[in-house]
Design a protein around this ligand. Structure first.
Ligand code: PLP
Length: 453
């Protein structure tokens, strides 16, 4: 049934049956709705508002930039001070040899740009056949045609299959909790994943492969899932062995959420060749995402066509980059990554103490301030909910009623039916707010579990 408000609104809403609530003010970690209700924004929207909802220094930076230079087209002849400053802040220390940035508006555009950049790189090197991308099942890299093409998100792909499924193939994600076989050790599981990826590379022929793309810590589809130790080392080695670019998608997990600026810093690898960033980059004050690239990619372009075959009207918009500079300065000046690690430990413990004992709670996992709770119909026996159960949606709805805004996976992203909710509060979260959030989550899970038991 279509909600009357949605039917009359001139916005095409995503869920026609549900009346969206108008958020009238937002402060710190809380949203105030038109109905007068106040709620915790415990996932920062989709993992975006990492400094909460109001930061005077960001407002000031945006206003200053608006008064100075509101817009320039940074396609060729122009740049702007905050564009250069932001890139230097992120890349000044050359993390993993990454040395240049492209700024775009959304994560999906960043994925598109990353794939195109990888393609151009191989052309510049005289290897135009290297264009195939290997991605992972149950992955999400964005919703434009290009980004969806490399996303193993089955329900989002389905009706567009004639537009996508080109030049891409999918291997298993690293999801030990559900996909490691009974009796299989971690080393054996790792070897199986390595062998599968290598077999796919050989089947396609490395001379035809441009890149491998994966999220460093899987966000929405698999629920804040870090890979098992050694996985990204094995991936990095295979990419090097067969001369394939490694693209790490850190749009959701990056820019500090896991406790380090880049999530890959915790994987013991030298870094990716191309990295995408977004969400936390502008902290939700502005739309902003980006692509970071290794010096070797710049060198190939510089020795070849001397330019980037990609661009958008609003790329590196100075208002967006000015806001992001202010966001990144606050993170640095207030040493907020330390708070991410400290509060992350408190969040993990609270989840373990208060949520783990609840019915249907099967796994609690994450890093920093990026955590998920996975539900199973029978956690003891490892039995998943039936595909139409929508258990986690019910938890999300119940949480909403209880004043807690969280993200849940719809469970329709691939072969394995995954039901989870994400708790990813902002970097400024306090201990008492964490306790409130976890208590509200507990009550919400209990409410939904009662009729199910
Ligand atoms: N990549 C990942 C890992 C994401 O989580 C998302 C969005 O949720 C995207 C890409 C796409 O970003 P956007 O929605 O800004 O286009």
């Amino acid at each position: 049934m279509t909600d009357p408000f949605v039917a009359q609104s001139h916005i095409l809403h995503r869920a026609f049956g549900q009346r969206p609530e108008n958020v009238v003010t937002a402060e710190g970690i809380k949203l105030v709705l038109e109905s007068g209700k106040t709620m915790y924004d415990a996932t920062c929207g989709p993992s975006v508002s990492v400094l909460g909802h109001h930061q005077p220094k960001v407002t000031e930076a945006i206003t200053r930039q608006l008064n100075q230079v509101a817009y320039v087209y940074s396609g060729a002849r122009f740049t702007a001070e905050p564009n250069e400053e932001l890139a230097s802040m992120i890349l000044g220390s050359r993390p993993g040899g990454l040395s240049k940035a492209i700024f775009v508006n959304s994560g999906s555009e960043a994925t598109d740009a990353a794939i195109k950049l990888a393609t151009q790189y191989w052309h510049e090197r005289g290897l135009p056949n290297k264009s195939h991308v290997i991605a992972r099942k149950q992955s999400y890299h964005g919703n434009t045609i290009g980004a969806l093409n490399v996303s193993g998100h089955t329900s989002r792909r389905e009706i567009y299959r004639d537009w996508i499924s080109q030049n891409v193939s999918f291997v298993d994600p690293c999801y030990a909790f559900r996909l490691q076989k009974a009796g299989e050790s971690s080393d054996q599981y790792l070897q199986r994943l390595r062998d599968q990826l290598e077999a796919e590379i050989i089947r396609l022929g490395p001379q035809n492969i441009s890149s491998f793309i994966a999220e460093t810590v899987s966000g929405t589809t698999l629920g804040c899932l870090p890979a098992i130790p050694g996985y990204f080392k094995a991936v990095r080695e295979l990419c090097d062995k067969y001369d394939i670019l490694l693209i790490l998608d850190e749009i959701m997990c990056g820019m500090g959420k896991t406790g380090t600026m880049h999530a890959w810093e915790q994987e013991g690898i030298r870094g990716p060749d191309i990295q995408t960033i977004g969400k936390a980059l502008g902290g939700g004050f502005v739309p902003l995402s980006g692509v970071l690239l290794h010096q070797k990619i710049f060198d190939a372009l510089a020795a070849g066509s001397k330019g980037l075959l990609h661009g958008h009207t609003f790329q590196a918009h100075p208002i967006a980059t000015a806001a992001a500079v202010a966001v990144q300065k606050i993170i640095k000046e207030q040493d907020l990554l330390k708070n991410v690690t400290k509060m992350g430990r408190i969040l993990q413990k609270a989840l373990e103490d208060m949520i783990r004992p609840l019915p249907f709670v099967a796994d609690i996992r994450g890093r920093g301030l990026f955590w998920a709770v996975e539900f199973l119909a029978d956690p003891e026996k490892g039995v998943a909910f039936p595909k139409n159960s929508k258990f986690c949606n019910k938890v999300v709805d119940s949480a909403f009623e209880n004043g807690l805004n969280i993200l849940g996976n719809l469970g329709v992203t691939g072969d394995v039916h995954v039901e989870h909710v994400i708790i990813a509060p902002p970097y400024i979260v306090s201990e008492s707010e964490i306790r409130d959030i976890v208590q509200l989550l507990k009550v919400s899970i209990e409410e939904v579990s009662r009729p199910t038991l």
